[in-house]
Design a protein around this ligand. Structure first.
Ligand SMILES: [Zn+2]
Length: 120
């Protein structure tokens, strides 16, 4: 068979791609490369929130965006630890769209405002 009749070989999972880091990307946590391998992502440094003296809940929040040759959306990542389940605690992660994160934040701010007003 001549070279002209061959189907070009594809490199599995690899696609050349330029890397443009979002302004929030922490280069120490970012895994984006020019090859755009599955699983690569831009990541922000996490922000930690603790509730010392009022339960065991700890939260960290960050942003991530999959790195791919096509457009991807940015997720707000929420990690919660110290969630009560029976007599123990568990932790868990959620990836929220910007709209979901804003709705969650608005809901928490609303409840915090009502609680503060009630406690005056
Ligand atoms: Zn990055």
């Amino acid at each position: 068979m001549s070279a002209q009749g061959r189907i070009p070989e594809r490199s599995a999972g690899l696609a050349e791609c330029s890397v443009e880091h979002p302004s929030w990307c922490d280069r120490g946590l970012c895994t984006a490369s020019g090859e755009a391998v599955i699983g690569e992502a831009h990541r922000s440094a996490p922000t930690f929130v603790g509730t010392e003296g009022a339960g065991r809940l700890r939260a960290s929040m960050s942003l991530s965006q999959a790195h791919a040759p096509w457009p991807t959306i940015t997720y707000a990542r929420l990690h919660l630890a110290g969630l009560d389940v029976g007599f123990g605690t568990v932790s868990g992660d959620a990836a929220l769209t910007a709209e979901q994160a804003a709705d969650l934040g608005d809901g928490l701010l609303h409840l915090a405002g009502l609680a503060l007003e009630s406690d005056r």
